[in-house]
Design a protein around this ligand. Sequence first.
Ligand code: ADP
Ligand code: MG
Length: 247
Amino acid sequence: MSAIIEVSGVSKSFGGVKANTDISMSVEKGGITGLIGPNGSGKTTLFNSIVGFHPIDSGSITFEGKEISRMLVPEIARLGLLRTFQQTRIYGAMNCVENMLISLPHRKLSIWDAFRKNSAEDRERAERLLEFVGLYQKRFLQASSLSFGQQKLLEFAMALMNEPTVLLLDEPTAGINPTLINGLIDRLKLANTEFGITLFIIEHNMRVIMNMADTIYCLAHGQMLASGKPEDIQDDQRVIDAYLGAH
Ligand code: ADP
Ligand code: MG
């Protein structure tokens, strides 16, 4: 395997807060990489830097060998690097299929074009992906009527609609009930194995990330504390201390 995302010496501060300091890490093509760390350790900041949500102070970020650290979100999304959010971003007043179609503006000109120009093909793909995440029966229901967990599944399907090469997921299982968590884990793994999507996942639930990731990075106080295979990370005293120290 080779690195599809390479982060080298990245730092990012907000005023006096050093959210990320000299972070280096890589995401292997075709794999599932995990990012853990206590609250406030800089995980979301790293995601935001990678997808172009804010400029970094120093360092380099490459995607498929190309420097992306000065690019903006839409430009990076068009390259095939997408993210989901800790808090879902769906349109509650629209039904699931409409949300799926609206998630395509990366390829379209505006929201209205997305409605006008969406082809039968797009609709069919939207419905197939909703089926993939288990929301087919609910496809014509308002997104606001879905449970939080189902909304996360919808958001995941919306990301798949854009055919990402790499998908960054920020705490996908947070706030979801255990039954849905298992379903979501299965879907994520299938997206990886069947669709070949490289996954980079921030996850608070150790059981979940240990079960999914082939490599795990652990942040603490904005710095890279440890990295390795799940079984090594699990037994790493620095990681254990960082988590225990945070609670
Ligand atoms: P995590 O996702 O690991 O919980 P974050 O990356 O969200 O951590 O936050 C890391 C640190 O950076 C925290 O101290 C947080 O308050 C700060 N931070 C994050 N984003 C911003 C922002 N937009 N403005 C100011 N401070 C921020
Ligand atoms: Mg976060």
